[in-house]
Design a protein around this ligand. Structure first.
Ligand code: 5GP
Ligand code: ZN
Length: 138
């Protein structure tokens, strides 16, 4: 993908502060961190988002993300780590190259992830769960 910013980082065309690299995966600091040590884990091959990424590559990304999470937790003495993936612009995805956010968290960092006041009507949750189950079995 020629105009993909992460492909450019992977090709070395634009700089990034790299923390991890293997044959399939690259990880580097997010340029605009939620907290210092916020890392992006990306496949070297371009896919639009997680849902378009082959399973075997997802496994490698998640395992790298876990390893990196453990390391960054030590280095910045994080109290928690958010692991997040935005898929689609409605979900907040801005860069359309699969990436896992590894975000160090502190109880006093003031960052609010999400909250909800939505509730299911009586029976609605069960019906929806059933539909999803059926879709999974298709
Ligand atoms: P998204 O919202 O797509 O899940 O997240 C994209 C992330 O990429 C954002 O957190 C943003 O700060 C980061 N980002 C965007 N452009 C660059 C860049 O050129 N270099 C680096 N290191 N991170 C970037
Ligand atoms: Zn790309």
């Amino acid at each position: 993908m020629e105009d993909c910013i992460f492909c450019k980082i992977i090709k070395g065309e634009i700089p990034a502060d790299k923390v991890y690299e293997d044959d399939r995966v690259l990880a580097f600091l997010d340029i605009s961190p939620i907290n210092k040590g916020h890392i992006l884990v990306v496949p070297k091959e371009h896919f639009e988002n997680l849902l378009e990424t082959p399973d075997e590559l997802v496994e490698k990304l998640v395992l790298a993300g876990k390893k990196i999470g453990l390391a960054v937790r030590e280095v910045v003495r994080a109290e928690g780590i958010n692991v997040g993936i935005n898929n689609g612009s409605a979900a907040g995805q801005v860069v359309f190259h699969t990436h896992i956010h590894i975000i160090p968290r502190f109880s006093d960092d003031g960052y609010k992830l999400w909250g909800s006041d939505k509730k299911y009507e009586l029976g609605e949750g069960r019906e929806l769960a059933q539909k999803i189950q059926e879709q999974l079995n298709n």
